[in-house]
Design a protein around this ligand. Structure first.
Ligand code: PLP
Length: 378
């Protein structure tokens, strides 16, 4: 091989404008990556808000029944899972859109409803995928400041203009764990014009809607669908259901919206294993209840322990908690890695002093606090 040198091309110049300015999503560090990098064997990961107990045994059993059938394409309509969701939540089949994780849903919304220059509203410290899907289609992100890390829903409603197409709002929010109640949701949806799509991201719904929180007014977004036809409720099997590795989530909306989302969906976006496992997981509410009860107990432990350590934290309705380290958290993150504990730095959420910790098993939580004490005393 010889000849003229290959001209160097800046491929970034070739990308569409929104993508040129995009930064890729930074996931939590995988366990085996830390094992490779630092040669640490005993690693725990409390970084991606997964269920520390994994999925229901029923989901595992359902997976096994499908292993012989992987040569076939999945059911592109995802009938069994839609049917199970429809039965469980009393919504029609044609109100449901399945996603390869609920991130897929967020992307459908941006692709289907946002043109270059259109405005998309979300909160400061909101989930990192909202800016990514917005920018990728050339949308203009309108970022509304929070009040004490919580969504300022009134300010978000005020930020609506004639160019607003979509609002993303998570309840509870990640990485802050903050949440709003039924009255606040009702007032917010009432204030939003009917031609603006509101995506209510309920990725942590199961964790948040335990009895105590329900008594405090934590809302079920699906109960607002009939009154607000511009609403999309998105949920996932990645968190409380313990199936993050399979990638399956869903949206519930009016059929008219589901029809639009379905047009930009890849034909087989949810694979066979995911369909069957999620269907079985939905049928094991006992497993969910156990996980949610454990989480509520673990949250009280974190709160008590952090108070005794004189560390501030943001009260959270999820299965994670963001702790204010009172200084730049990055060195503490690194020090925790050297202790074999992976947590999540959130500087990319404009929270450079916080670390987000996913609540783990009892053993993992004990190990985290031991490691935290060690690195704080070092
Ligand atoms: C984890 C998370 C999701 C879910 O992502 P999947 O693609 O379903 O795994 C969605 N929204 C928020 C706010 C999350 O934290």
């Amino acid at each position: 091989m010889s000849g003229a040198p290959i001209p160097s091309i800046d491929f970034c110049d070739l990308a569409v404008p929104g993508v040129q300015r995009l930064q890729a999503y930074q996931p939590g560090k995988p366990i085996d990556e830390l094992q490779r990098e630092l040669g640490i064997r005993e690693v725990i990961k409390l970084a991606s808000n997964e269920n520390p107990f994994g999925p229901s045994p029923k989901a595992i059993a359902a997976l096994q029944t499908q292993l012989h059938d992987l040569a076939r394409y999945p059911d592109g309509n995802g009938f069994i899972l839609k049917k199970a969701l429809s039965d469980r939540y009393s919504v029609a089949l044609n109100q449901i859109t399945l996603g390869n994780g609920s991130n897929d849903i967020l992307e459908f919304v941006a692709r289907a409803f946002v043109q270059p220059g259109d405005e998309v509203i979300f909160s400061q410290h909101a989930f990192a995928v909202y800016p990514i899907v917005t920018q990728a289609v050339g949308g203009k992100a309108i970022i509304v400041p929070t009040i004490n890390y919580a969504h300022d829903l009134a300010a978000m409603a005020k930020a609506v203009t004639a160019r607003t197409r979509v609002i993303f709002v998570a309840n509870p929010n990640n990485p802050t764990g903050t949440w709003f109640d039924e009255t606040a949701l009702q007032a917010f949806l009432t204030a939003i014009p009917g031609n603006v799509i509101v995506v209510l991201d309920e990725a942590y719904f199961e964790y948040a809607r335990h009895s105590e929180m329900q008594a405090q007014g934590y809302p079920d977004g699906m109960q607002f669908l009939a009154r607000f036809p511009n609403l999309i409720v998105s949920r996932t099997f990645s968190k409380a259901y313990g199936l993050a590795g399979l990638r399956v989530g869903y949206a519930v909306s009016q059929p008219g919206i589901a029809d639009i989302l379905n047009r930009v969906r890849q034909p087989f976006n949810v694979n066979t294993l995911a369909l069957f496992a999620a269907t079985a997981a939905l049928d094991d509410q006992e497993h969910i209840e156990k996980g949610v009860t454990h989480n509520a107990r673990a949250m009280r432990l974190y709160e008590r322990t952090l108070q005794s350590m004189k560390l501030n934290y943001i009260p959270s309705a999820g299965n994670f908690i963001s702790i204010d380290m009172g200084r730049t958290a990055a060195p503490l993150y690194d020090a925790l890695l050297r202790q074999g504990v992976i947590v999540r730095p959130v500087a990319n959420y404009a929270m450079p002093n916080h670390l987000r910790i996913t609540l783990g098993t009892e053993q993992e939580n004990t190990r985290f606090f031991t490691a935290l004490t060690t690195v704080l005393n070092a």
